[in-house]
Design a protein around this ligand. Structure first.
Ligand code: F6R
Length: 245
């Protein structure tokens, strides 16, 4: 595991975007695994900037996202498709037919997850998977206690997540209660993994995930067993790891 220390969020975003753009330049028809959440927004912004300058070409790139809420369609501004469209897809020359997320509109969970596993296999697997890290060490929607051997599956969101999401919806009934997510096995099958983490509030999670024991209690800790992981974190996120790397 390589730890790359960034000065701050901007530096982190530039460094992560550099690694992704190198991947695209070295293999223009690569498969990128993408993440939503607040941390990668700066990375996407930087990639868009380089695309606008003519330094990056997404025309042959395929993307598969980590996760999607069950029950939300692509036009819902809380869906992860909407997020990806806003932050990346609509801003670069990517072929929309090559951008994949789990189908949130498929009510049959088994069907949705099987179809997504099939997509990931049919594109030949993921060359580089981008990940954020949750405060409790989650990756994707794989929360503490999750079995490491799972592929794409449906998860029930915790009460805490549902409550936190309530502010984005008209009523509690509209808040998604479940999500489809790549499993740990799917994530670990990527050839390369790039994790972005920012802020002092993530320092404990960084220490536990990357320097603590490998345990389902901290899902991100499994990444210690992957042979090509780069963590780009800012000083604040690495503040509890002095002397450990
Ligand atoms: C996003 C995802 C989540 C986030 C994680 C960190 O697709 O699956 O695991 O990566 O919750 O989120 P932020 O970056 O908002 O701190």
């Amino acid at each position: 595991m390589k730890i790359v220390k960034a000065k701050d969020y901007n530096d982190l975003s530039r460094k992560a975007a550099n690694i992704i753009s190198a991947q695209i330049i070295m293999k223009p028809h690569c498969v990128l695994g993408l993440a939503t959440g607040s941390t990668p927004i700066g990375t996407y912004k930087q990639l868009v900037e380089w695309y606008n300058k003519g330094d990056l070409d997404f025309s042959e790139v395929t993307t598969v996202n980590l996760d999607e809420y069950k029950g939300l369609n692509r036009d819902n501004d809380q869906s992860y498709y909407y997020f990806m469209n806003e932050n990346l897809f609509s801003k670069v020359n990517i072929d929309r037919n090559r951008t994949f997320l789990p189908d949130g509109t498929e009510p049959d969970s088994q069907k949705a997850c099987d179809a997504y596993n099939q997509i990931i296999h049919s594109v030949g697997g993921v060359d580089m998977q981008l990940l954020g890290l949750g405060h409790n060490g989650h990756i994707g929607f794989n929360e503490p206690g999750i079995a490491f051997e799972k592929e794409t599956h449906c998860v029930k969101l915790t009460e805490r997540t549902i409550k936190a999401n309530m502010r984005f919806f008209v009523s509690e009934n509209d808040v998604p209660k479940e999500a489809y997510t790549m499993g740990i096995k799917t994530i670990m099958s990527a050839h390369r993994i790039l994790v972005v983490v920012s802020g002092a509030d993530k320092a404990e999670a960084v220490k536990n995930a990357f320097f603590g024991p490998v345990t389902p209690a901290v899902p991100g800790s499994i990444l210690q067993l992957h042979n090509d992981v780069t963590v780009v974190a800012d000083e604040a996120a690495l503040s509890l790891c002095e002397g450990l790397y």
